[in-house]
Design a protein around this ligand. Structure first.
Ligand code: C5P
Length: 433
């Protein structure tokens, strides 16, 4: 169940006899390496104690909307932002009706309103309550708002009756939840992603670089893979703890020139290029072969411009739907729109960095970020959220803009076919020699 690995699952448990089955759901989620936080309604605590779920999830259980201690640790808005998905299992008839009305009279109701991540409900109730027109109308309304319904199953019920209303089996629930992360919006496309910083050697022990952690690029690689793409990640030196799914082909490079060389070599295979790398703009003209000694009071380091990988590759491979990043400390929109033109790309993803970024926005090294996207004729703001979630939202947008570009004939795909023939010919020529 790789799709759930590192996903942040907010599990809502409401008042139903099936609440005890939430223990198995939590265990399976943790087996899938998901991060689970539990929110219980008052009704749920009458069936199972919060302590049980605290022990199983490894995190404190959240219960009250206005609880000073809980708000100080992780407030309800933070909790809403934290989640990648909200699963309410079991979802009682009462909770479903409150959700339908948009009530925020308890923590779980408020979280569902405050969050815009996918929301899935696994109903569990007496078969007659499920069949009741009131419940059925509520369920239809929620479906029409995009809420996902998992189950209910049919069979013998705790009350002795037989019919529809049983909580979906935990293993099937976990499968359905994993499918939420398989959007399929990039099925059949190859996505080339650059990520992380580059390092430019000064001497054998020193280099020029920047604070980029590579987290955004790696999150994009995972999101694009989950959306069905074949992903090639060209990564600068990042922390070894940063991981991508095995199916993402990763090529490690150190310098800007190496990154350019690899990106150029792979461009003919790709449909989309996402340049998330923070490429060093300059490199030392000469990298000393020996360690430079501190013999003088001051020293000059002569630098030369590095090639602009994104602009170069887009110029050489115009069929590539290309997305660049703009990390700015001032005039975000102005600089982003200028880059859109200067680099000749289809989209720019801009964010504040350094002193201009607020504490909550994070950026370099942080798990959170806030983005503003610009393209010819449009823009969209994605508020503060985890980089994983932003990456998924970005991928959905990139996929739809890519489709528009293909349908309107704005991308020159024919040129790519020519390029592929040239590559094939030079390959067979190399073999003969
Ligand atoms: O011009 P600036 O460095 O702000 O542009 C940022 C965008 O251009 C990013 O998408 C980055 O990956 C890309 N870039 C590049 N090669 C460079 C500099 C930036 O691909 N040498």
């Amino acid at each position: 169940m790789k799709r759930l690995a590192n996903k942040r699952i907010l599990l809502g448990i409401t008042g139903s006899i099936a609440a005890y089955k939430a223990g198995e759901i939590i265990r399976r989620l943790r087996d899938a390496n998901a991060d689970v936080r539990v929110v219980m309604t008052q009704g749920a605590t009458e069936f199972v104690t919060p302590l049980t779920f605290q022990a199983l999830s490894g995190n404190p259980v959240h219960q009250h909307l206005l609880d000073n201690d809980a708000e100080a640790a992780m407030g309800h808005i933070e909790l809403a932002r934290w989640a990648d998905v909200i699963l309410v299992a079991p979802a009682s008839a009462d909770f479903i009706s409150r959700l339908c009305l948009g009530r925020a009279n308890d923590l779980l109701g408020a979280l569902c309103l405050a969050s815009h991540v996918p929301l899935a409900l696994a109903p569990a109730m007496n078969q007659q309550m499920w069949k009741d027109p009131a419940t059925q109308t509520n369920v239809q309304t929620l479906r029409s708002r995009g809420v996902l319904l998992f189950g209910p199953d049919s069979g013998e019920q705790a009350c002795g009756e037989v019919g529809e209303g049983r909580l979906m089996q935990p293993h099937a629930l976990i499968d359905a939840l994993a499918d939420v992360f398989a959007t399929g919006s990039l099925t059949g496309q190859t996505v080339l992603i650059t990520a992380g910083p580059t390092r430019e050697a000064i001497d054998p022990v020193r280099y020029l670089s920047n604070h980029s952690s590579g987290k955004m690029g790696y999150a994009l690689a995972t999101a694009a893979m989950e959306a069905g793409a074949e992903v090639i990640l060209i990564s600068g030196p990042v922390d070894k703890s940063l991981l991508v799914p095995h199916s993402v082909k990763t090529i490690h490079v150190t310098t800007a020139e190496q990154m350019l060389e690899q990106t150029q070599a792979l461009a003919h295979k790709a449909d989309i290029l996402i340049a998330a790398a923070a490429v060093a703009d300059y490199r030392p003209v000469l990298a000393n072969s020996e360690k430079i000694k501190k013999s003088t009071e001051s020293m000059m380091l002569q630098l030369q411009r590095n090639p602009d990988i994104l602009a170069t590759v887009k110029r050489q491979s115009p069929w590539l739907f290309s997305v660049g990043f703009a990390a700015e400390t001032e005039n975000l929109e102005l600089h982003a729109r200028q880059k859109l033109k200067d680099k000749g790309v289809e989209m720019i993803v801009a964010n504040w960095v350094g002193h201009a970024a607020t504490e909550t926005q994070g950026t370099f090294g942080s798990d959170d970020n806030a983005l503003k996207l610009f393209w010819d004729g449009g823009e969209l703001e994605l508020g503060v959220s985890s980089k994983a979630r932003l990456a998924r939202e970005l991928v959905v947008l990139i996929a739809s803009q890519y489709d528009n570009a293909i349908q309107s004939g704005r991308l020159n795909k024919e040129q790519r076919e020519v390029e592929n023939v040239v590559q094939l010919r030079s390959h067979s020529h190399d073999k003969k020699n």
